[in-house]
Design a protein around this ligand. Structure first.
Ligand SMILES: Nc1nc2c(ncn2[C@@H]2O[C@H](COP(=O)(O)OP(=O)(O)O)[C@@H](O)[C@H]2O)c(=O)[nH]1
Ligand SMILES: [Mg+2]
Length: 364
């Protein structure tokens, strides 16, 4: 999940902006003397994005703790949009805001980030936007010239009168704020590359910056020179980014081609498998048909053989009967005749013809 980290000094409006983005008061905001209200890093999730509030670094009472908490927010690791929130004082960039940005940018590999110049009185905001007398450029030069990494993502936010010195104000997120956050590039930060923010030099660095900012404001030629340097640096940065984007586009095109090739091969394999399966199905069906025919043939033959056997048995039986009959007939006639003849011989008188009668009774 992407972390949207708001960082900067106390009282610049980080928590108020975050509340407006998450749509409810989840980050404590308001006025407190000397110390910020946000003491610890606070994380809130909404719509697949983690909103991270950090304590202001230039906190007179808790600078060490604040530095630790900011480091912690950058050590979460993964995808980030890092936003610095700053304010102007009488239309001038504040040296403590620049100091804070320098120290954080030195501690972590933040290659791309956004800056919100918050709570800007409307007439000053108009002057920056219109770049009247190079005012907008001068503000940007003062903000960026000392930073180790530059950015072109800077948003000027008009002062919202209803918020002044109020606690836990919930305002609708201005459309240009959400558009701006959208436009700030997402970067990846690996936690092992994030170091502790060194605050020991804070005041010395701030003093030096204050002097150079004042000098720049006073010297038109120096300002001009810095503006040129900045434009050059920004152009270099833009070129670098464009080259990087081009390389990424090329890589993406290559990957797309590889994916298409893989897809094509996959489809080919699928088609081949389908054809193979169909052929196997067909072969199986043909085999089954042949088996069925064979079985039918065998059954027919068996039935025929059984019929033949039955027929044969019938014939044999008939023959047996016939043979038996003739045997019985032959034997009985002879036996009976000889028996009867013997009986007739043994008896005298004219007796009825018994033999004739028995034979007649037996149907012979
Ligand atoms: N006028 C005005 N006041 C603001 C704005 N944003 C914040 N504030 C007020 O500034 C004070 C500090 O804001 P807060 O969000 O707590 O600052 P943080 O310390 O950076 O988190 C609160 O009283 C806010 O109401 C703004 O855009 N305009
Ligand atoms: Mg806060």
């Amino acid at each position: 999940m992407e972390h949207l980290v708001f960082t900067g000094n106390p009282g610049v409006g980080k928590s108020t902006l975050l509340n407006s983005l998450v749509g409810s008061v989840r980050f404590k905001s308001g006025v407190s003397a000397g110390a910020g209200l946000t003491v610890q890093l606070q994380r809130e999730v909404k719509d697949q994005r983690e909103y991270v509030d950090t304590p202001g670094l230039f906190d007179a009472l808790r600078i060490e703790k604040a530095a630790e908490e900011i480091s912690k927010s950058l050590k979460l690791g993964g995808l980030y949009k890092v936003i610095f929130v700053v304010q102007l004082k009488a239309g001038r960039v504040k040296s403590e805001d620049v100091t804070t940005m320098i120290l954080i940018l030195k501690a972590a590999p933040i290659q791309q980030f956004g800056i919100i110049i918050n709570d800007v009185p409307s007439n000053t905001a108009k002057k920056i936007r219109d770049n009247k007398d190079n005012f907008g450029d001068n503000v940007k030069v003062a903000l960026l010239s000392e930073l180790p990494v530059k950015t072109s993502h800077i948003l000027v936010m008009d002062r919202i009168e209803d918020c002044v010195d109020e606690n836990d104000v919930l305002m609708d997120p201005p459309a240009h704020l959400t558009d701006f956050l959208q436009s700030v590039p997402t970067i990846e930060i690996s936690s092992e590359k994030v170091e502790q923010i060194t605050v020991s030099q804070y005041h010395k660095l701030q003093e030096q910056l204050g002097a150079s900012l004042r000098e720049m404001e006073e010297s038109e030629t120096r300002r001009e020179k810095m503006r040129e340097d900045l434009v050059k640096q920004m152009q270099e940065e833009k070129d670098r980014r464009e080259r990087l984007e081009e390389r990424m586009r090329d890589r993406e095109a290559e990957e797309r081609k590889e994916r298409q090739e893989l897809q094509r091969q996959h489809e080919q394999d699928q088609a081949w498998m389908r054809r193979k399966w169909e052929a196997e199905q067909e072969a199986r069906m043909t085999l089954e048909k042949q088996q069925r025919e064979q079985e039918r043939r065998l059954t027919d033959e068996a039935r025929e053989r059984a019929a033949q056997a039955q027929q044969l048995r019938k014939i044999q039986k008939q023959q047996q009967i016939a043979e038996h009959k003739s045997e019985v007939n032959g034997m009985t006639c002879v036996q009976l005749r000889s028996e009867l003849r013997n009986k007739r011989k043994a008896t005298t008188g004219n007796k009825p013809d018994l033999v004739g009668r028995v034979l007649k009774a037996r149907g012979i």
